[in-house]
Design a protein. Structure first.
Length: 324
């Protein structure tokens, strides 16, 4: 997959393409279904396939006070898009100027002027442009060869696809980034994985903590992650810790504070205890994936009780991950 930005000299797109547009936060099953249709149609027409997305969630610019947390940062989103087999990821810089751009201008500059689109495939609920004024109907109007009032058309087809649930049923509660965020906030990482088509993953750097885990016999990697990334509800989880070289190790994961030692934390902590591992992880780029929730965060009366529970958490993790 080639990553490009509007204005780049991209000869491969000069003959047109089939594209879809969206934030694609999480690149979940719904997104993947649309992208699969894009790739099929592009293959039929013998042109490249393209996903048009943004370098940040548009809501973080348009309504920052209520912008949703992210399921993926830009790098992870691009990694996941590459897995779909799409030919191009077109990354749009989203700022106040872009937020005030009309839907018509977006089509003229990006879809027509840069991508020379032959067809656009989007969900039937798709909106874009200033104040979300653009929709499927407007795309169809702009893509019509001979629109009303004799205005020259831009000549592209528009296909609106219905939303669907995880079983492929339309009209039910659709797979969506919002629904996945809600499940993660509830701690239901298993259901979230069913909508994502993968385990929810958080990426971050291993930093120094208070080293309390080592004194308890369970040294943990303290993974610092971006503040706008969604982590599951406070609790203990079975999951995987992947090193930069791709090697993944089973891990017991803790999200939240340390209620046995501190009344409250300023922000949730993400700690990973790697089973059967010894080594220095500081400064490492970690990828932590959540498989199953074991329990809520609990406050214990003594460090000894906590250690006993941590031992049970480790055994539960080993069992869930198949005797790893």
């Amino acid at each position: 997959m080639e990553v490009v930005r509007p204005g780049a000299d991209t000869e491969g797109l000069s003959g047109g393409c089939v594209a879809t547009i969206g934030a694609f936060d999480g690149v979940h099953l719904g997104h993947r279904r649309v992208i699969a249709q894009v790739r099929r149609l592009a293959a039929e027409r013998r042109v490249p396939s393209a996903v048009v997305t943004f370098d940040r969630h548009p809501a973080s610019v348009v309504r920052p006070e209520s912008a949703p947390g992210l399921l993926t940062d830009l790098d992870q989103k691009l990694d996941l898009l590459a897995e779909t087999g799409v030919d191009y990821a077109v990354v749009i810089h989203f700022d106040q100027e872009r937020a005030h751009e009309s839907a018509e201008d977006f089509v003229a500059t990006v879809l027509v002027g840069f991508l020379h689109v032959r067809a656009v495939i989007v969900g039937t609920d798709f909106h874009f442009g200033h104040k979300r004024a653009g929709n499927v109907a407007l795309l169809e109007k702009l893509g019509t060869a001979e629109p009303p009032a004799g205005r020259g058309g831009t000549g592209f087809e528009v296909i609106g696809v219905d939303l669907f649930d995880e079983l492929g049923r339309s009209g039910a509660e659709a797979v969506s980034s919002t629904r996945i965020r809600r499940l993660l906030h509830e701690g239901d990482v298993t259901a979230a994985a069913g909508l994502l088509g993968r385990f929810h993953q958080v990426r971050g750097v291993v930093v120094h903590g208070d080293r309390r885990g080592g004194s308890l016999g369970f040294p943990t990697a303290n993974v610092a992650f971006p503040a706008d990334i969604v982590v599951p509800a406070d609790g203990v989880y079975a999951g995987w810790y992947a090193h930069p070289d791709g090697v993944a190790r089973p891990a017991a994961l803790s999200v939240g504070g340390r209620p046995t030692f501190y009344e409250e934390a300023d922000a949730p902590l993400l700690e990973a205890y790697l089973l059967d591992f010894e080594g220095d992880l500081y400064g490492e780029e970690a990828r932590v994936s959540f498989v199953e929730r074991l329990r809520a965060q609990l406050r214990f009366e003594s460090a000894g009780e906590l250690v006993e529970q941590m031992a049970r958490d480790v055994e539960d993790t080993r069992r869930i991950l198949g005797g790893a």
